[in-house]
Ligand binder design. Sequence first.
Ligand code: S3P
Length: 183
Amino acid sequence: MTPRRCRRILLTGFMGSGKSAVGREVARSLGWDFLDFDDAIREEAGAPIDTIFREHGEEHFRRLEKRVGKRLLRRERTVLASGGGWPAQPGHMDSLPEGTFSIWLDVSAEEAVRRVRDERREEPDSPVRPLLDLEDPLPEARRLLAARRPFYASAELILDAAAGAPSILAAEIVRTLKARSLL
Ligand code: S3P
């Protein structure tokens, strides 16, 4: 059977799993574009993600996210990073366009909370994650992650997000695609 070629790569995983950092590295090493769902939503809405949540609610955000995801998933030779909640919305992971290679960067709730908190400390301009913007975000992170794991788990490749720096994870992704003759 002729192997199915990979036309785009979709990185998924919980907040703080490193989707954008790893995605950028993969795109760089393949000479492909990199696009982040949240960046496109921000551009389309003309407002930061936390403002969209606060002013219009999560349901509105999910509608924008759905539309943007559909548009970006038509791109070729592109590495995409979804938001952490996109894969868990009904129908998203089971209707990926042909040629999309999906990856789950698996991170624990503890590590995710630590990374998101450190990122905000080190880069005050980094995006606020409204769902974790709580005094003690860990219980909510655990709850959300448990509910989402079955959706993330349908990805074609699962990598431990804490296994190495973004460049190491990116190299592992490229190696896997080549080994499976998808590139
Ligand atoms: C969300 C994750 C965020 C962003 C929004 C909601 C979620 O993206 O889309 O705050 O529901 O997990 P990142 O995973 O890129 O932080």
